[in-house]
Design a protein around this ligand. Structure first.
Ligand code: NAD
Length: 498
C-alpha cells in the first residue's frame, strides 16, 4: 500500500444518507469528515435531523411487518446475511482503505476490522439457522412452547473507533432476529456505516429495513433514544453517554445493550516470559493509537521485574513506527481528530502536574512529514498515585501508566480500584495463580499470556461502568428478541368452569 493511495470510490451516493431504503439529503446540519492524516476533506453532506429518525422508524416498522419478510424462515433470512458477508469481502480492500482515511487507523488494522465485520455476518447467519426454541416441562394438560420474536425497530448507536466492525456486531444480529435497524454512526466517521447500508441493500434486505443516519448524538441520537417506536437501544460508546441514554430508556421501559468505556489493567508477575509480556503490553496499549475500549492502559508490574519490564516497554515504545496510516509498516497512525489529540495531551500534562514522570513519548513526532496529521508518540508515564486523573480516567489514546505492586492481595485491590471493568491481561507461567487472579479481577474478558484477541463466537462485554450486557457468542441474536410462551391445550374442558 502506498501512503498516497487515493480515497476509494464509494457505493453510497455522495452527499446522501440512507432513510428507509432511500438515499436522500439529510434534513440536519452540514457534516464534514476529514482525514486525520492530513486534515483533507473526505466528504461533506447534510446529516440527519430528528425528523429523519421519525421517518426511518416509520418505514422500518412497515418494512419489518411486511409479510414477505416477516414470514421468511430462519434459513431463508440467513441467506441475506451470508450474502452481506460475501459482499463485504468482495469490497474488502476499498472498505479498509476508506476506513483508514476516515478514522486514521493503520491499513493493516482496518483490513482486520473489515474481515471481522464479514465474519460477524457469516457467524450470525449460521447461528440463525441453528437456533432452537424450547418446550418447557408441562404441569398440566397442555404443551408449552417458548418462542422468540423480534422486538420491532432497534436503534443502534456506534462510536468512531472501529466503525464497520462495531456496526456489524449490532446490525447483523438485530436483522437476523427479525427487526428493522436505524443505525446512527458517530458524526466524525460516517462513511463506513453508509457503505454498509449500501451493501445491505445490495444483499437483498428489503428497502426500509435499514436506515443509516449520521448526525450529532445530542439531536439525532437523542431522538432515537426517545422515539416511542424504537423498542431496543444497542449502544457502544462512552460511559457518560451510555449512562444518560440508559436512564432515558429505563423511563420509557426500553431495553438496552451497553458496551462502554474501559481502563484495563495488564499485570506482569515475576515469573512471566518477559519477552512475550513486553510484546503483548505494547500491542495491548499502542495498537489503534490506544483508541480502543480494551486498551491495556494500566500496567501493574511486580517490584522484582519492574525496572526490567518498564525499561524495555519504554525503549520499545520509542522505536514503534508512528507514520502514515496507509503505509504498510506503520504501527501507530494519527488520532481521530485534532481535538481528540488535544484531550490526550491534556491527560499527559495532568499526569506530569500530579507528580508523574515520562519514560517514553509525551510529545508529537518530529518528522516534518507528519506535522499536518494528529500524531502523538506512544507515551509511558510512571510514579503516579492511584488517584491521579490519568490513572483513573479513560484517556482513549497512546498513554500507558506503569504502577508497581508487591503482593497479590494488594495487586487485586489496586487493579479493581477502578470504576471500569472491561478487560484484563495477566502475564505469568503460573497457571493456577493466573486462574485465581483472572477470577478475582472485575472484568468481562481476561487474557492470560496474550492480549486483545477477540472472536465473534465468544461473548464480549463489561462489568461496572464498562457496561452490563454481552454482544457476540451464542446469545447474539437472542439479545434482539423477546420470548413468548404459547400454551396448547391437550386435554378436555378446564375443571373450574366445567
Ligand atoms: P460517545 O459516547 O461520545 O459517542 C458514541 C455514540 O453515541 C456516537 O454515535 C454519538 O454521536 C452518540 N451520542 C452522543 N450523545 C448522545 C445522546 N445524547 N443520545 C444518543 N446518542 C448519543 O463515544 P465516542 O467518543 O464516539 O467513542 C469512544 C468511547 O466508546 C470510549 O469510551 C470507548 O471506550 C467506548 N467504546 C466501547 C466499546 C465496547 O465495546 N465496550 C467499543 C468501542 C468504543
Amino acid at each position: 500500500m502506498n501512503a498516497t493511495a487515493p480515497v476509494p470510490e464509494r457505493l453510497a451516493p455522495p452527499g446522501r444518507i440512507l432513510v428507509g431504503g432511500q438515499w436522500t439529503e439529510g434534513r440536519g446540519r452540514e457534516l464534514t469528515t476529514t482525514d486525520p492524516a492530513d486534515g483533507g476533506v473526505l466528504a461533506t453532506f447534510t446529516g440527519a435531523a430528528p425528523e429523519d429518525v421519525d421517518e426511518a422508524v416509520r418505514l422500518g416498522e412497515a418494512a419489518r411487518a411486511e409479510r414477505s419478510w416477516r414470514e421468511l424462515l430462519p434459513h431463508q433470512r440467513a441467506r441475506h446475511l451470508a450474502r452481506t458477508a460475501e459482499l463485504i469481502e468482495s469490497r474488502a480492500e476499498q472498505l479498509a482503505l476508506l476506513q483508514s482515511h476516515d478514522n486514521g487507523k493503520p491499513i493493516a488494522e482496518t483490513r482486520a476490522l473489515v474481515a471481522s465485520a464479514a465474519g460477524t455476518f457469516r457467524y450470525v447467519a449460521a447461528l440463525l439457522e441453528t437456533q432452537e426454541g424450547a418446550i418447557p416441562p408441562s404441569r398440566g394438560e397442555h404443551l408449552a412452547f417458548s418462542v422468540h420474536e423480534p422486538i420491532g425497530v432497534v436503534g443502534a448507536i456506534t462510536p468512531w473507533n472501529s466503525p464497520i466492525a462495531s456496526d456489524a456486531q449490532k446490525v447483523a444480529p438485530a436483522l437476523a432476529a427479525g427487526n428493522a435497524v436505524v443505525l446512527k454512526p458517530a458524526a466524525w466517521t460516517p462513511l463506513l456505516s453508509l457503505e454498509l447500508g449500501a451493501l445491505l441493500l445490495a444483499a437483498g434486505f428489503p428497502p426500509g429495513l435499514v436506515s443509516v443516519l449520521p448526525g450529532p448524538g445530542a439531536t439525532v441520537g437523542q431522538r432515537l433514544v426517545e422515539h416511542p417506536g424504537v423498542g431496543h437501544l444497542s449502544f457502544t460508546g462512552g460511559t457518560d453517554t451510555g449512562r444518560r441514554l440508559a436512564a432515558t430508556a429505563a423511563g420509557l421501559l426500553k431495553t438496552t445493550s451497553l458496551e462502554l468505556g474501559g481502563k484495563s489493567p495488564t499485570i506482569v508477575l515475576p515469573d512471566a516470559d518477559l519477552d512475550l509480556a513486553v510484546n503483548g503490553i505494547l500491542y495491548g496499549i499502542f495498537s489503534s493509537q490506544g483508541q480502543s475500549c480494551i486498551a491495556g492502559s494500566r500496567l501493574f508490574v511486580h517490584d522484582d521485574v519492574y525496572e526490567d519490564v518498564v525499561g524495555r516497554v519504554a525503549e520499545r515504545a520509542d522505536r514503534l513506527r508512528v507514520g502514515h496510516p496507509r503505509a504498510e509498516d506503520t504501527q501507530l497512525g494519527p488520532l481521530v481528530t485534532a481535538s481528540h489529540r488535544a484531550s490526550v495531551e491534556e491527560y499527559v500534562a495532568s499526569g506530569l502536574a500530579e507528580g508523574g514522570t515520562l519514560r517514553a513519548g509525551g510529545s508529537r513526532p518530529d518528522d516534518p512529514a507528519l506535522t499536518a496529521g494528529n500524531y502523538l508518540r506512544p507515551t509511558v508515564l510512571e510514579g503516579l498515585a492511584p488517584d491521579a486523573r490519568v490513572v483513573r480516567e479513560e484517556v482513549f489514546g497512546p498513554v500507558l501508566v506503569a504502577l508497581r505492586f508487591r503482593d497479590e492481595g494488594e495487586l487485586v485491590a489496586a487493579a479493581n480500584d477502578s470504576p471500569y471493568g472491561l478487560a484484563c491481561g495477566i502475564w505469568t507461567r503460573d497457571f493456577p495463580r493466573a486462574w485465581r487472579l483472572g477470577r478475582a479481577i472485575h472484568a468481562g474478558t481476561v487474557w492470560i499470556n496474550t492480549y486483545k484477541q477477540l472472536s465473534v463466537a465468544t461473548p464480549f462485554g463489561g462489568v461496572k461502568d464498562s457496561g452490563s450486557t454481552r454482544e457476540k457468542g451464542l446469545g447474539a441474536v437472542r439479545a434482539y428478541q423477546r420470548q413468548k410462551s404459547i400454551y396448547l391445550g391437550t386435554g378436555g374442558p378446564l375443571a373450574w368452569a366445567d
